[in-house]
Design a binder for this molecule. Structure first.
Ligand code: FE2
Length: 327
């Protein structure tokens, strides 16, 4: 058995660790597996370094933390190399493509045109059930920019504007699976440079039968830590406050999240193909800064099952019991 090495991700961050030394020779060792599960609960984000860059290794690491969960939609492309596994999804941006699922979707931020930009969010916010964790690797990334950002909800709660925090705590946020940046309403910090990628429209047709999903803006982890957990992307507004006042409050909250994304609530990961990264989706928010549209970008995600139990569909409805007209 080989020992593993654990380090804090960065000296100025209160979350996240790097882990070195995991391989086929020790991945089934139960003491190491328990050490990793405990570390993950405490730190919220683990970056495994120098890993074998394979689907098999990604799945093996994922299973340390729980069973895999399938994606709630059919339109989301799956990784065809993910033998014998559910819900391994494939996000591949190919420059100059017009018909790929992730083609187009360009925005401008700070005067730069960017592809694959994603605003802050957490996964499965449009569903009543969240997933416990996401596991990500990037076989192909841009030589500059293209980083994935992770914001710790525990640290974000501490650093949030107290005035806004008091107003948003105790509120539920409404979400739908509408990932079109052209329709995003809250915390918009980019300019549109064109239309939406094909996948965003395919998803809309599929999720018209999903009721709107509600999740708390702040929740308390089992260890007592207050956690700010907000998804500006895919958010529709504040439950019972779908009016000008509620919209203005939520817009200010989402811009505050963007602001914290530049500080020590957040960590931006520069990818190596041998990195494997896991984040607690009930605690961390994530984003993609985007890259020059001329660069290819390929990320592969597996998803771990497990929920905090606080989300619900509007009016207690189930998938298939509504039909939402989508504008
Ligand atoms: Fe995501």
């Amino acid at each position: 058995m080989t020992d593993i090495t654990v380090r804090d991700l960065r000296d100025d961050l209160t979350f996240g660790s790097t882990v070195s030394g995991i391989g086929w020779n020790n991945i089934e060792d139960e003491a190491i597996r328990q050490q990793l599960r405990d570390l993950f609960k405490e730190r919220g984000l683990l970056v495994f370094k120098d890993m074998e860059p394979s689907a098999k290794m990604q799945v093996a690491v994922s299973r340390i933390f729980g069973p895999l969960k399938d994606h709630p939609t059919k339109a989301t492309p799956r990784d065809e190399n993910g033998e014998d596994v559910v819900g391994v999804i494939d996000m591949h941006y190919v420059p100059n493509s017009t018909d790929d699922a992730y083609a187009g979707g360009l925005v401008e931020v700070d005067g730069m045109a960017l592809a694959r930009f994603s605003p802050w969010h957490y996964d499965h916010c449009y569903n009543d059930e969240l997933n416990y964790a996401g596991v990500l690797r990037s076989p192909v990334s841009a030589p500059e920019r293209g980083r994935t950002g992770f914001m710790d909800g525990v640290e974000a709660y501490r650093q949030f504007s107290p005035e806004l925090r008091d107003k948003i705590e105790g509120k539920n946020i409404i979400h739908t699976l509408d990932t079109r940046l052209t329709k995003m309403r809250f915390g918009v910090n980019f300019k549109l440079l064109g239309g939406d990628p094909p996948i965003t429209k395919d998803l809309l047709k599929e999720v018209a039968i999903f009721p709107r999903a509600m999740h708390p803006a702040v929740w308390t982890r089992p260890n007592g830590q207050k956690t700010l957990h907000i998804s500006p992307w895919m958010a529709v507004g504040i439950e019972h406050m779908e009016d000008a006042e509620g919209d203005a409050l939520f817009d200010a909250v989402c811009h505050e999240i963007n602001r914290l994304g530049k500080g020590t609530s957040a960590y931006w990961h520069d990818w190596s193909p041998t990195d494997l990264l896991i984040w607690d989706n009930t605690r961390m928010m994530h984003a993609v800064e985007g890259c020059d549209p001329k660069y290819e970008r390929h990320t592969i995600r597996s998803t771990i099952k497990g929920d905090y139990g606080l989300g619900y569909f509007e009016d207690g409805k189930k998938i298939g019991e509504v039909f939402r007209e989508v504008a």
